[in-house]
Design a protein. Structure first.
Length: 181
């Protein structure tokens, strides 16, 4: 075997050159499978005790906020983009505030540090379209800052939280706000 010409491999030895490397079947398969996989979608998770979770699900299912028979457990640990719930238009503020309060009390989380409203908006539809997380956030702002106008919504959500506290046997505490430096 002749020695390689000077600068022919840019400092690589002949056995290190890419043209001499054989692709391993595992390498090709792993690259293909990574490319074919859909991106990981975040999901809402619930930190309630299973018995309290069942109470929350039954409260939501029996609320009358949804068009079809509701199975709200599909809202949690759901990594798909398919519709889980169909909310009635006039009850968007209720479900939005309920999710906000559950998040504030640390009872629900979203993985991958995504916004919980974005995850919920992907799964909850109204009039055959997914909800808009930005609109849900704006609605929560209005509801919280104008309590006299949204008195019914606030009372209903407070009832939900009180029932969940009774089922849990303890009082829930709100998350601490991050102090600004």
């Amino acid at each position: 075997m002749k020695p390689p010409k000077k600068d022919s491999f840019d400092g690589e030895l002949p056995h290190e050159h890419e043209s001499n490397k054989k692709k391993q079947p595992d390498d090709a398969a792993s690259k293909k499978s990574k490319k074919d996989k859909s991106p990981h979608l975040p999901a809402l998770t619930c930190s309630l005790h299973p018995k309290v979770f069942i109470v929350m699900i039954s409260l939501i299912d029996n609320s009358g906020w949804f068009r079809r028979p509701c199975h709200s457990e599909k809202l949690f640990d759901n990594f798909s983009n398919r519709q889980a719930l169909e909310v009635r238009h006039k009850f968007i503020s209720y479900i939005s505030l309920l999710l906000h309060e559950l998040f504030e009390y640390g009872l629900i989380e979203s993985d991958d540090k995504k916004c919980y409203l974005q995850v919920a908006a992907r799964l909850i539809y109204c009039d055959e379209k997914p909800l808009n997380a930005s609109n849900m956030s704006k609605q929560n702002y209005k509801t919280i800052h104008f309590p006299e106008r949204y008195k019914k919504v606030i009372q209903k959500i407070e009832e939900f939280i009180k029932i969940l506290e009774q089922a849990n046997g303890t009082i829930f505490f709100r998350r601490e706000k991050k102090s600004e430096k």
